[in-house]
Design a protein around this ligand. Structure first.
Ligand code: PNS
Length: 167
């Protein structure tokens, strides 16, 4: 079975991620969406919340599974016998970082390949950080993230605003 992993922070998942997941799921027998547990970086959503949001949006994709991982990606891949990493590329600015990461992963495990998929034009400006910023300042996030998670983002943002206003 040809299994691939699409790793990332997914804080939160955007339409750009979903596009890459959707297109990769057509190429591989199984696609694991791997959410990185990074204790040094506090996100908007907890890891469990991110996993839940992703599960919500991939529920109709039978060959897509969602899992979280900590530590090195290649170790998680070894545990699950995954040989391919799929990453989305938006612009030239993504290239250097992604190139570096793919070479490092190759150095750590030469059996692993990283496959890059170009972001669709309509998503090429999208990032989780810009979505968070727009949401935090009350802008419209329609068309930027999957419709079904908009209420979750709105609620999270309003909780944050409420807590920051409390004495
Ligand atoms: O969505 P992101 O933050 O660009 O995803 C980055 C991610 C999770 C793919 C990357 O940070 C990662 O694989 N982290 C795990 C640690 C690791 O394996 N590092 C070695 C490669 S430099």
């Amino acid at each position: 079975m040809n299994i691939a992993i699409c790793p990332g922070s997914f804080d939160p998942i955007t339409n750009g991620h979903l596009d890459i997941i959707n297109r990769s799921a057509r190429i591989f027998d199984e696609l694991i969406v791997g959410v990185l547990v990074n204790p040094e970086k506090k996100g908007l959503f907890s890891i469990d919340e991110r996993v839940k949001l992703i599960k919500k949006v991939v529920k109709n994709m039978p060959n897509v599974k969602v899992a979280s991982f900590s530590g090195l990606l290649i170790d998680f891949m070894k545990e699950r016998n995954i040989k391919v990493i799929v990453k989305g590329l938006r612009a030239v600015s993504d290239f250097e970082y992604e190139f570096q990461m793919s070479l490092m992963n190759k150095k750590l495990d030469p059996n692993i390949e990283t496959v890059f998929m170009m972001a669709s034009a309509m998503n090429s400006f999208l990032s989780s950080s810009s979505v968070k910023q727009v949401a935090m300042f009350g802008g419209c996030i329609e068309g930027l993230v999957p419709e079904e998670i908009i209420p979750d983002i709105t609620q999270k943002v309003s909780e944050i605003h409420k807590n920051s206003n409390e004495p």
